[in-house]
Design a protein around this ligand. Structure first.
Ligand code: ZZB
Length: 258
């Protein structure tokens, strides 16, 4: 599985994270790395999601830079030569997903230059980097979770302002218009992020609609089909240092004989 790793640079740590990272980073800037299959939608990022039961690490890239992701992802990155050293991993610290909530990060290419980290129930620790960048216009999971958070900000222990960014029109499809994810959430009568079965169906439909019938309505490649724009947006992000190629050995188990 070939993902794009999007670098969401930490601009201001949450209170909890600040205490944990204090004095440990050696002046490095830290980027939360989100794995996406939809680089063309990055214009519409409104927040970043982490799993509250997931443990994350901060890993050395070089003297100036560190990445925040799961250990599992750091290991894959090390194998791919994306971290310092020759395949070995230097972990600076460990941090719980809950402690990251409220951190302010950059959102490259987004109309919202800075967004906040929020909690999501359905982040899988075994996929991507464990960090998800949220595009509620085109990802039903992201849209529904954002609505849940807004409805129950206190329950989720978030400041409402962290979830206040509105979905942004990124691409248009003939069937669902410019807000594919909200339209599908409504059509499939999805009530909360706990409706995982309907959300999986909505995701599938949204992927297909966007990819085969979508036209960009924003950004450098406005007017191009999504099929044509996808790689161009990705290349542009990589050229600007905001992203990199990240491959996932899907289902691969690396065993070592002793
Ligand atoms: C931005 C985005 C915009 C995404 C969109 C999707 C959509 P897949 O096909 O199952 O591999 N994702 C990445 N990592 C995780 C994780 N650990 N747990 C849960 N979700 C994760 O799914 C890849 C997509 O799932 C990624 O692409 C990411 O969200 C999310 F408009 O990034 B995406 C219709 C989907 N639209």
């Amino acid at each position: 599985q070939e993902y794009t790793g999007i670098k969401l640079e930490v601009r201001e740590w949450s209170e909890a994270a600040k205490k944990l990272v204090e004095g440990k980073l050696g002046g490095r800037k830290v980027s939360m790395v989100a794995a996406t299959l939809r680089p063309e939608t990055m214009y519409g990022q409104t927040n970043c999601f982490v799993g509250t039961a997931i443990k994350y690490g901060v890993f050395v890239v070089n003297d100036q830079e560190a990445f925040l992701c799961t250990y599992r992802a750091a290991r894959n990155m090390a194998f791919q030569g994306l971290l310092s050293g020759r395949g070995e991993i230097q972990q600076i610290l460990e941090i719980d997903g809950t402690d990251l909530v409220g951190t302010k990060v950059s959102a490259p290419f987004s109309v919202n230059p800075e967004v906040y980290v929020l909690p999501m129930d359905n982040v899988l620790p075994t996929k991507g980097t464990g960090v998800v960048t949220s595009v509620p216009s085109d990802s039903p999971d992201d849209y529904q979770t954002l609505m849940d958070l807004r409805k129950k900000a206190e329950f989720y222990k978030i400041d409402p302002k962290w979830a206040a960014f509105e979905p942004v029109a990124v691409l248009s499809t003939p069937t669902y218009g410019e807000m594919t994810a909200p339209a599908l959430v409504q059509k499939l009568k999805i009530q909360s992020q706990k409706d995982t079965k309907q959300l999986a169906e909505a995701k599938e439909i949204s992927y297909k609609e966007g990819f085969y019938s979508g036209t960009m309505v924003i950004g450098e490649f406005k007017g191009l089909s999504v099929q044509d724009a996808k790689q161009k947006v990705r290349d542009s992000m990589i050229a600007k240092g905001a992203a990199f190629a990240y491959a996932e050995p899907e289902g691969l188990v690396i065993s070592r004989s002793t």
